[in-house]
Design a binder for this molecule. Structure first.
Ligand code: EPU
Length: 337
């Protein structure tokens, strides 16, 4: 086991925040993971996946365990579908491209989402009308108490909008080590109605899109709206889109008749947090070396060497202002550490 001391976590979080880990280990086998978790030498541990959904506001006074399990494979095939398995440390987008290269459909709308496969079920990642839960089959997770591997089916995961059992009862108790998806090998179900996909396909002069065309369209849209973490530090959507009651929505409409919204159920309406933040005057606002992205108000950005604490303060100012103006509470999507 190769443990490093006092290392910067800047390369390991997409926000690019420069905090230090007291100790750090990159783990590439489940046996190594078990050794670390059964040892009494490391009382405090911090699990790090792709680092794409966190804001680090302080040094980590623990052993940071970087999940670097690699490998992807087809595990079974029928006439129309396939089960594919990826180890937790695979980069999500590389995995999506691999499924597309093999002609497997289902993940194309989730192209270019930052992060790793192992953390994708935790918040049930989603984009352009598709969520991870739509193709998720099962995952294997190491129970950190018993050190036994357990299988979670889709219903065990209790998936919801940006939520799962791994953010609730199972939080901190497991490490997801691999994930299995059920994908299509023919008669792919295409989702082209959401947002800008159909107009982007038109722009690309494509009438009968393939799964690869949809992936390309999603990549084009994301690249045009969302900052590339390799260029500008960020964690994607900083906030979740709030779900409000019908009565609250009627109140909102009195002052903002054109407020965009999606009806979720009889009494639940989802409001884009990006719209609320833009109308609270924050879109494109820049403070020294951090701010709110110019093209998507839901994304907070680090223009270089920003402190996590400053970005946290900005997020709190946004929350308070949105609450004051719209009487709507917006919750963070990223984990604040
Ligand atoms: N809007 C604004 N101003 C903005 C941004 C958005 O007014 O600056 C309004 C517009 O009315 C727009 C609507 O919000 O039509 C929706 O915007 P968009 O389609 O960009 O989606 P979103 O709701 O802001 C969600 C996900 C994204 C995902 C997109 C596309 C959440 C928290 N975010 O954003 O996910 O890529 O839909 O499906 O649900 C992520 O989680 O990191 C992420 C980027």
């Amino acid at each position: 086991m190769h443990i490093k001391n006092n290392i910067s976590l800047k390369p390991f979080n997409t926000f690019g925040i420069d905090v230090k880990a007291k100790q750090f280990i990159s783990v590439s086998t489940t046996e190594e993971l078990k050794t670390i978790f059964s040892s009494k030498d490391f009382p405090n541990k911090f699990i790090l996946g792709g680092g794409s959904n966190m804001l680090l506001t302080k040094d980590i006074d623990a052993l940071v365990v970087h999940i670097n399990l690699k490998g992807k494979q087809v595990i079974s095939k029928t006439d129309t579908s396939v089960l594919v398995e990826s180890q937790a440390g695979e980069n999500w987008h590389d995995f999506v491209l691999w499924t597309l290269d093999n002609g497997f459909g289902g993940l194309e709308n989730l192209s270019l989402i930052p992060g790793n496969v192992g953390t994708s079920p935790i918040q049930n990642i989603g984009a352009y009308g598709v969520e991870l839960k739509d193709t998720f089959y099962s995952c294997t997770a190491l129970n950190l108490e018993t050190l036994e591997a357990e299988t979670f089916t889709s219903s065990d995961c209790e998936f919801d909008y940006r939520n799962s059992v791994f953010k609730q009862q199972a939080k901190g108790k497991y490490i997801i080590t691999s994930v299995i998806f059920k994908l299509t090998t023919k008669d792919h179900i295409l989702h082209t109605n959401y947002g800008a996909i159909s107009s982007e396909l038109k722009q690309m002069n494509i009438d009968n899109p393939t799964i690869n065309d949809i992936s390309k369209a999603v990549i084009n849209i994301r690249e045009s709206k969302l900052p590339n973490p390799k260029e500008i530090g960020n964690s994607g959507s900083f906030f979740k889109n709030p779900i409000i009651s019908k009565d609250a929505f009627i109140e909102l409409q009195k002052n903002f008749p054109n407020a965009p919204h999606y009806i979720i159920s009889k009494n639940e309406i989802k409001i884009p947090a990006g719209w609320l933040i833009e109308h609270a005057g924050f879109k494109g606002k820049t403070f020294e070396n951090y701010g709110v992205h110019k093209k998507q108000a839901l994304v907070l950005v680090n223009y270089g060497n920003a402190k996590g604490k400053d970005i946290l303060k900005l997020s709190q100012l946004i929350q308070i202002t949105v609450l004051r103006l719209f009487d709507i509470n917006i919750e963070t999507e990223v984990n604040i550490i």
